[in-house]
Design a protein around this ligand. Structure first.
Ligand SMILES: [Mg+2]
Length: 272
């Protein structure tokens, strides 16, 4: 049963947190095309401060290809989970099982034909899936939706349709951000930590459910978006700039618990 998220200040990130962050619409402002996003100055540094304070238990969990995440967040010392959990920068048995799955060629071909007929749509082919973006082609959205639903029905044994913001995306059956987060929570450095899941879209709801089930925090970005007014997230924050500010403050607060060790390296003191 979904309920309206609570507004107000989200709970602080604690030293025992495992942090899972979506990228587009969460850490980064939505751009007209996936390539046009801007990684704000200081964001990688904030992520690294959080990672240092949480013993590396910070993951970016995104629909993007892992290679995209790596180049966007160059220098960030975080775990990267791409394609909604189909691929990760660490070995995860649950995720590895989906490796090698490709979208059916006939599905990809149908999407290609559609994109060719509707020039302002954008077809993004990934390692494990395909995404049809209609952000710049709102007039094509109803036809794209009909095609996506028909393809999802035809190939229901192999793919799952995700309907995000202005995008219809196919991922391998059995893949979800929630499954990826659960798999990470079984592994170091996330094992035994309390999940804190932050996202903005329907694809993040699986992750929110994991956080809620495990006594963690689910935080949705973008309370003004009416379509997302009903969410399983327990908390909400207005937009990506507010979230970035919030993360920076959390990093500072966690960092104030750090003291240099005998060799001058900083080490975080954890509550026992
Ligand atoms: Mg997002």
């Amino acid at each position: 049963m979904r309920r309206r998220p609570r507004t107000g200040v989200p709970p602080a990130i604690g030293a025992d947190t495992g942090l899972f962050l979506d990228v587009d619409g969460t850490l980064l402002d939505i751009a007209p095309t996936p390539d046009a996003v801007v990684v704000h100055e200081g964001l990688v540094e904030t992520l690294n401060r959080l990672s240092a304070a949480l013993d590396g238990a910070v993951a970016l969990v995104s629909g993007r290809r892992r290679a995209d995440l790596r180049s966007l967040f160059r220098g960030a010392d975080v775990v990267l989970v791409g394609e909604h959990g189909a691929t990760a920068s660490v070995a995860l048995p649950a995720i590895d099982a989906a490796r090698g799955e490709r979208p059916p060629p006939a599905l990809t071909a149908a999407l290609r034909r559609f994109a060719a007929r509707h020039p302002d749509t954008l077809l993004e082919l990934k390692g494990h899936g395909a995404a049809l973006h209609v952000r710049r082609a709102p007039a094509a959205a109803p036809a794209a939706r009909r095609l996506a639903l028909a393809l999802a029905e035809t190939y229901r044994d192999r793919v799952r349709l995700l309907r995000g913001k202005a995008v219809f995306e196919f991922i391998p059956t059995g893949t979800s951000k929630g499954r990826a987060i659960e798999a990470l929570l079984d592994e170091e450095p996330f094992r035994g930590r309390v999940p804190y899941v932050v996202g903005d879209d329907v694809t993040d709801e699986d992750g929110f459910a994991v956080a809620n089930r495990r006594g963690g925090v689910s935080l949705r970005v973008g309370s003004a978006d009416l379509r997302m007014a009903e969410s399983s997230a327990h908390f909400t924050i207005a937009n990506p700039p507010q979230l970035r500010k919030w993360l920076r403050r959390c990093a500072e607060a966690l960092g104030s618990g750090a003291r240099p060790d005998a060799r001058g390296n900083h080490r975080t003191l954890r509550a026992s």
